[in-house]
Design a protein around this ligand. Structure first.
Ligand SMILES: [Cu+2]
Length: 268
Protein backbone atom coordinates (compact mmCIF):
# COMPACT_ATOMS: atom_id res chain seq x y z
CA UNK A 1 0.00 0.00 0.00
CA UNK A 2 2.95 2.35 0.63
CA UNK A 3 5.20 1.11 -2.21
CA UNK A 4 5.18 4.41 -4.08
CA UNK A 5 6.04 6.56 -1.06
CA UNK A 6 9.81 5.82 -0.93
CA UNK A 7 9.66 5.11 2.79
CA UNK A 8 12.76 3.81 4.61
CA UNK A 9 13.24 0.04 4.65
CA UNK A 10 11.11 -1.33 7.45
CA UNK A 11 13.05 -3.04 10.23
CA UNK A 12 10.80 -3.05 13.32
CA UNK A 13 7.87 -5.14 14.44
CA UNK A 14 5.37 -2.33 15.00
CA UNK A 15 6.37 -0.36 11.88
CA UNK A 16 4.06 -2.29 9.53
CA UNK A 17 0.94 -1.01 11.32
CA UNK A 18 2.21 2.58 11.14
CA UNK A 19 3.01 2.26 7.43
CA UNK A 20 -0.46 0.77 6.88
CA UNK A 21 -2.12 3.79 8.53
CA UNK A 22 0.12 6.11 6.51
CA UNK A 23 -1.01 4.30 3.34
CA UNK A 24 -4.69 4.68 4.28
CA UNK A 25 -4.21 8.41 4.91
CA UNK A 26 -2.54 8.84 1.52
CA UNK A 27 -5.40 7.03 -0.24
CA UNK A 28 -7.95 9.20 1.57
CA UNK A 29 -6.02 12.35 0.57
CA UNK A 30 -5.89 11.18 -3.07
CA UNK A 31 -9.64 10.57 -3.10
CA UNK A 32 -10.23 13.98 -1.49
CA UNK A 33 -7.88 15.71 -3.95
CA UNK A 34 -9.60 14.22 -7.01
CA UNK A 35 -13.09 14.54 -5.47
CA UNK A 36 -12.81 18.19 -4.45
CA UNK A 37 -11.05 19.01 -7.74
CA UNK A 38 -13.99 17.57 -9.73
CA UNK A 39 -16.45 19.35 -7.45
CA UNK A 40 -14.62 22.66 -8.01
CA UNK A 41 -14.74 22.18 -11.81
CA UNK A 42 -18.46 21.31 -11.60
CA UNK A 43 -19.20 24.46 -9.53
CA UNK A 44 -17.32 26.66 -12.04
CA UNK A 45 -19.47 25.20 -14.84
CA UNK A 46 -22.74 25.04 -12.95
CA UNK A 47 -22.65 28.64 -11.69
CA UNK A 48 -21.08 30.23 -14.75
CA UNK A 49 -21.93 33.92 -15.40
CA UNK A 50 -23.69 33.16 -18.69
CA UNK A 51 -26.28 31.09 -16.90
CA UNK A 52 -26.56 33.37 -13.85
CA UNK A 53 -26.19 36.96 -15.05
CA UNK A 54 -27.69 38.21 -11.75
CA UNK A 55 -26.42 37.04 -8.35
CA UNK A 56 -28.76 34.64 -6.58
CA UNK A 57 -28.89 35.42 -2.86
CA UNK A 58 -30.59 32.11 -1.98
CA UNK A 59 -27.63 30.07 -3.24
CA UNK A 60 -27.52 26.29 -3.36
CA UNK A 61 -30.42 24.48 -1.75
CA UNK A 62 -29.10 20.93 -2.17
CA UNK A 63 -27.42 19.34 0.88
CA UNK A 64 -25.07 17.10 -1.13
CA UNK A 65 -21.91 18.97 -0.09
CA UNK A 66 -22.94 18.81 3.58
CA UNK A 67 -23.33 15.03 3.31
CA UNK A 68 -19.98 14.78 1.51
CA UNK A 69 -18.23 16.79 4.22
CA UNK A 70 -19.91 14.65 6.87
CA UNK A 71 -18.66 11.49 5.13
CA UNK A 72 -15.08 12.85 4.99
CA UNK A 73 -15.20 13.76 8.68
CA UNK A 74 -16.47 10.23 9.42
CA UNK A 75 -13.61 8.56 7.52
CA UNK A 76 -11.11 10.82 9.31
CA UNK A 77 -12.67 9.92 12.65
CA UNK A 78 -12.37 6.21 11.80
CA UNK A 79 -8.68 6.69 10.91
CA UNK A 80 -8.03 8.56 14.17
CA UNK A 81 -10.22 6.55 16.57
CA UNK A 82 -10.06 3.19 14.77
CA UNK A 83 -6.39 3.14 13.67
CA UNK A 84 -4.14 5.78 15.22
CA UNK A 85 -5.36 5.93 18.83
CA UNK A 86 -5.50 2.11 19.33
CA UNK A 87 -2.02 1.85 17.78
CA UNK A 88 -0.67 4.48 20.17
CA UNK A 89 -2.51 3.05 23.19
CA UNK A 90 -1.04 -0.37 22.43
CA UNK A 91 2.47 1.12 22.36
CA UNK A 92 2.22 3.01 25.65
CA UNK A 93 0.20 0.49 27.66
CA UNK A 94 1.95 -2.73 26.78
CA UNK A 95 5.56 -2.15 27.76
CA UNK A 96 7.62 -5.35 27.77
CA UNK A 97 8.91 -6.63 31.11
CA UNK A 98 12.42 -5.32 31.89
CA UNK A 99 13.57 -8.92 32.51
CA UNK A 100 12.67 -9.87 28.92
CA UNK A 101 14.22 -6.77 27.38
CA UNK A 102 17.54 -5.22 26.56
CA UNK A 103 17.77 -1.99 28.54
CA UNK A 104 19.72 1.08 27.58
CA UNK A 105 19.79 4.79 28.32
CA UNK A 106 20.32 7.32 25.57
CA UNK A 107 21.40 10.75 26.79
CA UNK A 108 21.46 13.52 24.20
CA UNK A 109 23.84 16.44 24.34
CA UNK A 110 25.00 19.14 21.96
CA UNK A 111 25.96 17.32 19.71
CA UNK A 112 26.28 13.65 20.48
CA UNK A 113 24.42 10.58 21.69
CA UNK A 114 25.68 9.09 24.95
CA UNK A 115 24.72 5.45 25.29
CA UNK A 116 24.64 3.80 28.72
CA UNK A 117 24.16 0.03 29.30
CA UNK A 118 23.52 -1.26 32.82
CA UNK A 119 25.84 -4.25 32.27
CA UNK A 120 25.22 -7.86 33.40
CA UNK A 121 23.80 -6.80 36.81
CA UNK A 122 20.94 -5.03 35.02
CA UNK A 123 21.26 -1.94 37.26
CA UNK A 124 22.26 1.45 35.92
CA UNK A 125 25.09 2.86 38.04
CA UNK A 126 24.78 6.20 39.78
CA UNK A 127 25.45 9.26 37.71
CA UNK A 128 26.31 12.68 39.10
CA UNK A 129 26.46 15.93 37.24
CA UNK A 130 29.57 16.88 39.29
CA UNK A 131 31.49 13.96 37.79
CA UNK A 132 30.82 14.97 34.20
CA UNK A 133 33.98 15.34 32.16
CA UNK A 134 33.30 16.15 28.53
CA UNK A 135 36.10 13.91 27.27
CA UNK A 136 36.57 11.16 29.85
CA UNK A 137 33.14 10.78 31.47
CA UNK A 138 30.41 12.58 29.54
CA UNK A 139 27.65 10.81 31.51
CA UNK A 140 29.12 11.59 34.93
CA UNK A 141 29.06 7.89 35.80
CA UNK A 142 30.26 7.18 39.35
CA UNK A 143 32.53 4.13 38.97
CA UNK A 144 32.81 3.84 42.77
CA UNK A 145 29.15 2.79 42.88
CA UNK A 146 29.04 -1.06 42.84
CA UNK A 147 26.18 -0.99 40.28
CA UNK A 148 28.33 1.13 37.94
CA UNK A 149 31.32 -1.21 37.88
CA UNK A 150 29.98 -3.25 34.94
CA UNK A 151 28.21 -0.39 33.16
CA UNK A 152 29.18 0.12 29.54
CA UNK A 153 29.10 3.52 27.89
CA UNK A 154 29.65 4.49 24.28
CA UNK A 155 29.36 7.64 22.23
CA UNK A 156 27.22 7.63 19.06
CA UNK A 157 27.30 3.83 18.87
CA UNK A 158 24.16 1.95 19.86
CA UNK A 159 24.47 -1.83 19.66
CA UNK A 160 21.37 -3.99 20.06
CA UNK A 161 20.40 -7.61 19.51
CA UNK A 162 17.77 -8.52 16.92
CA UNK A 163 14.36 -9.81 18.01
CA UNK A 164 14.40 -9.00 21.72
CA UNK A 165 12.43 -5.92 22.85
CA UNK A 166 14.61 -2.99 23.80
CA UNK A 167 13.58 -0.56 26.53
CA UNK A 168 15.25 2.77 25.89
CA UNK A 169 15.23 5.55 28.48
CA UNK A 170 15.69 8.89 26.80
CA UNK A 171 16.89 12.08 28.40
CA UNK A 172 19.02 15.11 27.57
CA UNK A 173 21.85 17.01 29.27
CA UNK A 174 21.12 20.38 27.72
CA UNK A 175 18.38 21.22 25.21
CA UNK A 176 15.54 19.27 23.61
CA UNK A 177 16.77 16.71 21.08
CA UNK A 178 14.79 14.06 19.24
CA UNK A 179 15.90 10.50 18.71
CA UNK A 180 14.87 9.41 15.21
CA UNK A 181 15.40 5.87 13.97
CA UNK A 182 13.87 5.97 10.47
CA UNK A 183 13.95 2.23 9.70
CA UNK A 184 12.41 1.43 13.10
CA UNK A 185 9.66 4.06 12.77
CA UNK A 186 10.72 5.44 16.15
CA UNK A 187 10.94 9.13 16.94
CA UNK A 188 10.83 10.59 20.42
CA UNK A 189 11.92 13.88 21.94
CA UNK A 190 14.57 13.90 24.66
CA UNK A 191 13.68 16.47 27.29
CA UNK A 192 16.11 17.64 30.00
CA UNK A 193 15.00 16.62 33.48
CA UNK A 194 12.72 13.81 32.28
CA UNK A 195 13.35 10.16 31.51
CA UNK A 196 11.10 9.12 28.62
CA UNK A 197 10.72 5.41 27.89
CA UNK A 198 10.47 4.00 24.37
CA UNK A 199 10.41 0.39 23.28
CA UNK A 200 10.59 -1.46 19.97
CA UNK A 201 11.54 -4.80 18.48
CA UNK A 202 14.15 -5.00 15.74
CA UNK A 203 13.44 -7.57 13.04
CA UNK A 204 16.39 -7.10 10.69
CA UNK A 205 20.09 -7.19 11.56
CA UNK A 206 22.51 -4.72 10.01
CA UNK A 207 24.02 -7.58 8.00
CA UNK A 208 20.62 -8.68 6.63
CA UNK A 209 19.80 -5.08 5.74
CA UNK A 210 23.09 -4.78 3.84
CA UNK A 211 22.07 -7.77 1.75
CA UNK A 212 18.50 -6.55 1.31
CA UNK A 213 19.57 -3.10 0.12
CA UNK A 214 22.61 -4.34 -1.81
CA UNK A 215 24.63 -1.68 0.02
CA UNK A 216 27.63 -3.20 1.89
CA UNK A 217 28.11 0.14 3.70
CA UNK A 218 24.56 0.29 5.09
CA UNK A 219 24.27 1.34 8.73
CA UNK A 220 21.18 2.26 10.75
CA UNK A 221 21.33 5.93 11.59
CA UNK A 222 20.40 7.72 14.81
CA UNK A 223 19.38 11.17 13.63
CA UNK A 224 18.52 14.15 15.80
CA UNK A 225 15.12 15.37 14.61
CA UNK A 226 15.06 18.63 16.58
CA UNK A 227 17.02 21.68 15.50
CA UNK A 228 19.11 21.71 18.68
CA UNK A 229 21.85 24.22 17.91
CA UNK A 230 24.56 25.15 15.42
CA UNK A 231 26.05 21.64 15.37
CA UNK A 232 22.68 19.91 14.93
CA UNK A 233 23.69 18.63 11.48
CA UNK A 234 26.52 16.57 12.93
CA UNK A 235 24.50 15.03 15.77
CA UNK A 236 24.50 11.66 14.14
CA UNK A 237 24.84 8.25 15.70
CA UNK A 238 24.88 4.71 14.42
CA UNK A 239 22.88 1.72 15.49
CA UNK A 240 24.19 -1.77 14.84
CA UNK A 241 21.72 -4.64 15.07
CA UNK A 242 23.46 -7.92 15.85
CA UNK A 243 22.30 -11.49 16.18
CA UNK A 244 21.87 -12.44 19.86
CA UNK A 245 25.26 -14.24 19.86
CA UNK A 246 27.12 -11.36 18.21
CA UNK A 247 25.57 -8.87 20.64
CA UNK A 248 26.66 -11.02 23.59
CA UNK A 249 30.16 -11.20 22.11
CA UNK A 250 30.24 -7.41 21.72
CA UNK A 251 29.08 -6.95 25.32
CA UNK A 252 31.66 -9.49 26.57
CA UNK A 253 34.42 -7.57 24.75
CA UNK A 254 33.30 -4.32 26.43
CA UNK A 255 33.29 -6.10 29.81
CA UNK A 256 36.80 -7.39 29.14
CA UNK A 257 37.95 -3.84 28.37
CA UNK A 258 36.38 -2.67 31.64
CA UNK A 259 38.52 -5.04 33.66
CA UNK A 260 41.67 -3.61 32.07
CA UNK A 261 40.61 -0.02 32.35
CA UNK A 262 38.39 0.25 35.39
CA UNK A 263 38.22 4.00 35.82
CA UNK A 264 36.18 6.26 33.59
CA UNK A 265 36.36 4.01 30.56
CA UNK A 266 34.66 5.36 27.47
CA UNK A 267 34.44 3.53 24.16
CA UNK A 268 33.84 5.10 20.84
CU1 LIG B 1 20.10 17.30 18.80
Amino acid sequence: MTDGLSLPQLASQHGGALDHTLGLVHWLMLILFVGWGCFFAYVLWRFRAKRHPVADHTGVTSHTSTWLEGAVALVEAVLLVGCSIPLWADRVERFPAPADSTRVRVVGEQFAWNIHYPGPDGVFGRTDVKLIDVQANPLGLDRSDPAAKDDVTTINQLHLPVGRPVLVQLTSKDVIHSCALPEMLVKQDLIPGTMIPVWFVRKVTTEEMRQRTGNPEFGYEIACAQLCGLGHYRMRGYMTIHTAEDFQRWMDERQAELSVEPEDAVWQ
